[in-house]
Every structure is written in structure tokens, then in C-alpha cells.
Design a binder for this molecule. Structure first.
Ligand code: AMP
Length: 286
């Protein structure tokens, strides 16, 4: 396995590869990232993983400087998973000093995650487009765990005619339901217990899908009200039940797959999660 830290080195290494499936990450790799790498192998000759904590997608009060960085372990994990090339540029390598042009996420970038993290999706899309241009993959794999990110990347690729096939990968969870996340390592045992309310709320919401969207929202909200009373409490940012293509709230007549998404803080750690919920046409509901 090769490691490239500069764009020159990347270009040299890329020239020796066949078709490429790219797995963009911010490092601190866990089993969720590994599942993306395993999926990537099904789509191309070679898998490239990028490890880059992208300053552009963090707000001024967010955790950029304390985001976990475990590069040596990440390299070992990539080697174990048969990755051909790790691209790990420094911020200076990715962004030259006089940068001006960025990608604008548009209205879908202003809701849910975008409302609580202004500018976040502009930063995500800018780095992803740069990675696509540098690595030139045929395929790129992204987790459903970040459902709005996945939807935004699909929109960018469609709207800007980016010649990359985007593939979504299912969310990997702990046995008790907690979605794997690099940020989970911030959680103490009590925080972790409160963090479990997120997946519980989603699961209970999903379990009422046969009764329609309002029932799903009510069931999830009941669990989150309990979470607000827990010690430490969950401080909810949002609960949303949205169309996966637009991230707009769905109405009572919606049929098909929707995304039930939740975000909140436990102590200083912000957690997000989502599950898909399928609605039958209203006339076919019990
Ligand atoms: P990150 O390093 O957090 O930016 O994540 C890199 C990629 O891994 C993104 O496409 C995420 O959606 C994906 N990912 C993160 N957590 C999980 C998980 N628990 N299961 C599957 N994919 C995940």
C-alpha cells in the first residue's frame, strides 16, 4: 500500500492504478469506514482512501482542533482492508493561501445539519469536488450515516455533471444500536447511555410507519422527551422526517422511503443519526 501526502505524489501513484473507488474520510477509522472500503472493492480495480480533516467544514466553535487524529492506526486499517493508496494531504497542501472559489450547496444545504452548522455543506462539497478532481475515481462511496451529506453529494454530481458514480453504504452500529462515529470516543459511559436515545427514538419511530408520518414523528419525539430528562441530558437540535432527495419534511400523504433524522448534543459532543422509514400509500395503511 502506498501513502501520498502531496498532489504530485498522488498523481504519480494514480497513474499506476486501474479504475478507482474512492472512500473519503476524516480518519479515526472504525468499522463503519471499513465497511465502506469493503464495499468499494466491489466497484473498481483499486480502492483509494483519503484521510483529511477538512477545516472548511467545521464552524469556528466546532471541534476541528480536537477532532481525533489516529493516522498510524488508520494506515494499518487501510492496509488490512486491501487499500492500494491512502491520500493524506495537510490543510496547506489542499488549500493554497489565496483560495477564493468554493462550491455552494444551495437551499438544501441550509436545512437540518446546515441550519445548525452554517457553511458546513459548502465545505464538504468543496473538499469532495477537489478530491474527485485530484484522485479521479470512477466511483465514490459515502455512508448513509451522514444522509444529508450523501444527498448533497448526489445533487452536486447531478447538477454539476461530475463524472463519478456515487454509492451509498448502510450505517454500521454497535450491538446496542449506537451508530459508529469517530466522535463516539469523546463519550464517557454516562454520555454514551444518553447517546443511545438517538437510535432508540429512530427505531421506535420507524416501528410505527404503518400509521403514517405523524405517528412516526410522535413516537420518536416521545423517546427524545425522555432523553431530555436523562443525566446527562440530550440537548436536541432537530428531529426531522424528510424526503431523501430534497430533505424537505414529508406530508401525511407521502408514500415510499423517507429519512427520519435526529441530531443533538450530549455534553460537548454532537451526535447525529438517521434511519430510513418506508410508507405505504395512505389508502393501503392499517
Ligand atoms: P467521516 O470520517 O466521519 O467523515 O466519515 C467518512 C465516511 O464514513 C462518510 O461517508 C460517512 O458517512 C461514513 N461513515 C461514518 N460513520 C459510519 C457508520 N457508522 N457506518 C457507515 N458509514 C459511516
Amino acid at each position: 500500500m502506498r501513502i501520498a501526502e502531496t498532489r504530485e505524489r498522488l498523481a504519480e501513484e494514480r497513474a499506476a492504478l486501474g479504475t478507482v473507488a474512492l472512500v473519503p474520510t476524516m480518519g479515526a477509522l472504525h468499522e463503519g469506514h471499513r465497511s465502506l472500503i469493503r464495499l468499494a472493492h466491489q466497484y473498481a480495480d483499486d480502492v483509494v482512501v483519503s484521510v483529511f480533516v477538512n477545516p472548511l467544514q467545521f464552524g469556528p466553535d466546532e471541534d476541528f482542533s480536537r477532532y481525533p487524529r489516529t493516522f498510524d492506526a488508520d494506515v494499518r486499517a487501510c492496509a488490512e482492508e486491501g487499500v492500494r493508496l491512502v491520500f493524506a494531504p495537510s490543510p496547506e497542501e489542499m488549500y493554497t493561501g489565496n483560495r477564493q472559489v468554493t462550491v455552494s450547496a444551495g437551499p438544501m444545504g441550509d436545512v437540518l445539519e446546515g441550519e445548525f452548522r452554517p457553511g458546513h455543506f459548502d465545505g464538504v462539497l468543496t473538499v469532495v469536488l477537489k478530491l474527485f478532481n485530484l484522485v479521479r475515481p470512477q466511483v465514490a462511496i459515502f455512508g448513509q450515516k451522514d444522509a444529508q451529506q450523501l444527498a448533497m453529494i448526489r445533487r452536486m454530481v447531478a447538477d454539476l455533471d461530475v463524472p463519478v458514480r456515487v454509492v451509498g453504504a448502510p450505517t454500521m452500529r454497535e450491538p446496542d444500536g449506537l451508530a459508529l462515529s469517530s466522535r463516539n470516543r469523546y463519550l464517557g459511559p454516562e454520555d454514551r447511555r444518553t447517546g443511545l436515545y438517538l437510535s432508540r427514538a429512530l427505531a421506535e419511530g420507524r416501528a410505527t410507519a404503518a400509521q403514517g408520518p405523524s405517528a412516526v414523528r410522535r413516537a420518536a419525539r416521545r423517546v427524545l422527551e425522555e432523553a431530555a430528562e436523562a443525566r446527562p441530558p440530550l440537548r436536541l437540535d432537530y428531529l426531522a422526517l424528510v424526503d431523501p432527495a430534497t430533505f424537505a419534511e414529508i406530508g401525511e400523504d407521502y408514500a415510499g422511503e423517507a429519512v427520519l433524522a435526529v441530531a443533538g448534543k450530549v455534553g460537548t459532543t454532537r451526535l447525529i443519526d438517521n434511519m430510513s422509514v418506508t410508507f405505504l400509500p395512505r389508502t393501503a395503511r392499517g
